[in-house]
Ligand binder design. Structure first.
Ligand code: UGA
Length: 446
């Protein structure tokens, strides 16, 4: 794959990105691809060691190749020296983590630490851009943290804070970062707006210039709305089963209305990942702090937390007590295309099955080692066919191509009992039934 760069002869800015996680690394690679000179800064020694050899510390299709290319072209360098990398840049992007606090709110400790480091090290007018997902008001808070710190250090350096929320999806990170649907830029100065125009000048997508607070709220609101679509369709799926309707058809029919749209209406065993669960909790917490209870989002969360339990009830109804039953679990990452298992539904299911003393075998193309470190007692296999051997029930949890396109005829012969629970409605119920399976999906007519 040779992608090189799209920004020939345009503005070339010097950009430092603090935090080489999913968002930071992908953003850095994308800015380099768009022709800017990028320094990716990371403190974690393991991550740095891998990145310096052009290897990603996580799995994301296509990204490693572009990372390597941008490093070879010397548009992207990797360093662990935060202070040095802050000096002499046009833009510093904060892309560190904002994990959940015990109450659900976002922990801004890492963001604030970077803000203080920036105050100590900046030497000339710099834009400080937040990519991390942060509560409304954080941009203005960062501004005051830096101002106070500069004052304390008796330094006089001009700076602006902007908010550039990220909308990329794991598993599709490369495409989303190179060709985003939209670019949202929150700012409060014309100088900052001009610099951001230069940063994004080679992007053709629609750009919204707005306030810092609006940009921060757009990020949370977008994730909350997408999660709402999923929980809506998941709850409706439960009703469909009782009323003889088929959620897949219902979603298609709804999605034909452009006001509704056909995306994120795929019924299943619930959403996971590092974003939706965390961001919903954070938004609910902001609501409660402001005495505006976000009751819709509370319901969205409740439906999501109970969806796998509702699904496992079907398994229990068919199998009876799970003790000693052989369950084959197909797919463990929170979605296909990534090795990420944060808030993955598979973990909740494994926990439940082990509690019931079921015998679990499992397969995932990318996340086996991560799951093994949490649940060493499971029998991990290298292919779907190995996994289903002698199983009393097969549970499809993550719809990887390798799993959906496995030889289901062989599966039907290898299992102890042809009982199939498709947690993502990824298979054709007609085909599976024709192969002799007793097939259960989510919200489908039997
Ligand atoms: C999500 C958003 O989609 C991105 O726009 C956003 O940038 C990102 O969070 C973030 O805040 O960083 P991501 O968590 O990577 O992206 O993955 P999604 O594709 O949104 O999927 C999230 C979960 O929803 C997965 O578990 C997936 O299986 C589930 N899902 C998705 C459904 O159950 N049904 C659907 O129709 C779609």
């Amino acid at each position: 794959m040779t992608l090189c760069t799209v920004n020939k002869g345009g503005f070339i800015l010097k950009v430092a990105i603090i935090g080489a996680g999913y968002v930071g690394t992908t953003t850095g690679v994308a800015f380099a691809y768009h022709g800017h000179t990028v320094t990716l800064v990371e403190k974690d020694v393991d991550k740095i060691a891998k990145l310096q050899q052009s290897q990603l510390p996580f799995y994301e299709e296509g990204l490693e190749c572009l990372l390597k290319e941008q490093m070879e072209e010397q548009r992207l360098t990797i360093t662990s020296h935060v202070a040095d990398s802050i000096k002499n840049n046009d833009i510093i992007v904060i892309a560190v983590g904002t994990p959940s606090l015990p109450g659900g709110g976002a922990n801004l400790a890492f963001v604030e630490e970077v803000a203080r480091e920036i105050s100590r090290s900046i030497t000339n007018y710099t834009i400080i851009a937040t990519k991390s997902t942060v509560p409304v008001g954080t941009g203005l808070h960062i501004k005051s943290v830096i101002q106070e710190e500069l004052h304390r250090l008796q330094k006089s350096v001009k700076f602006d804070v902007v908010s550039i929320p990220e909308f990329l999806r794991e598993g599709k990170a490369l495409t989303d970062a190179l060709y985003p649907d939209r670019i949202v830029i929150g700012h409060d100065s014309s100088q900052a707006k001009q610099k951001m125009k230069e940063l994004y000048h080679s992007y053709d997508q629609p750009k919204l210039y707005t306030t810092l607070n609006d940009a921060e709220m757009i990020k949370y609101a977008s994730n909350a709305f997408l999660a709402t679509k999923i929980s809506f369709v998941n709850e409706l799926a439960r009703l469909c089963e009782h009323t003889g309707a088929n959620i897949t058809e219902v979603a298609i029919g709804m999605g034909l209305d452009p006001r509704i749209g056909n995306q994120f209406l795929q019924a299943g065993i619930g959403y996971g990942g590092s974003c939706f669960p965390k961001d919903l909790q954070a938004l609910i917490e902001i609501g409660s702090k402001n005495e505006i209870p976000l009751t819709i989002l509370e319901a969205v969360t409740n439906v999501n937390q109970s969806q796998h339990i509702w699904f496992l009830e079907k398994v229990k109804q068919e199998l009876g007590p799970l003790k000693g039953k052989r369950i084959a679990l197909l797919g463990m990452s929170f979605k296909p295309g990534t090795d990420d298992i944060r808030e993955a539904v598979s973990l909740k299911i494994i926990h439940h099955l082990l509690e019931q003393e079921a015998l679990v075998s499992a397969f995932d193309p990318q996340s086996t080692n991560l799951v093994r470190s949490i649940y060493p007692q499971i029998d991990y296999k290298k292919s779907p066919l190995e996994t289903v051997h002698n199983a009393d029930a097969v549970l499809l949890v993550t719809e990887w191509d390798e799993i959906v396109n496995t030889d289901w005829e062989q599966v039907s012969q290898l299992v102890n009992r042809p009982l199939l629970f498709d947690g993502r409605n990824a298979l054709s119920s007609h085909k599976m039934k024709a192969l002799g399976f007793t097939y259960y999906g989510v919200g489908l007519t039997q």
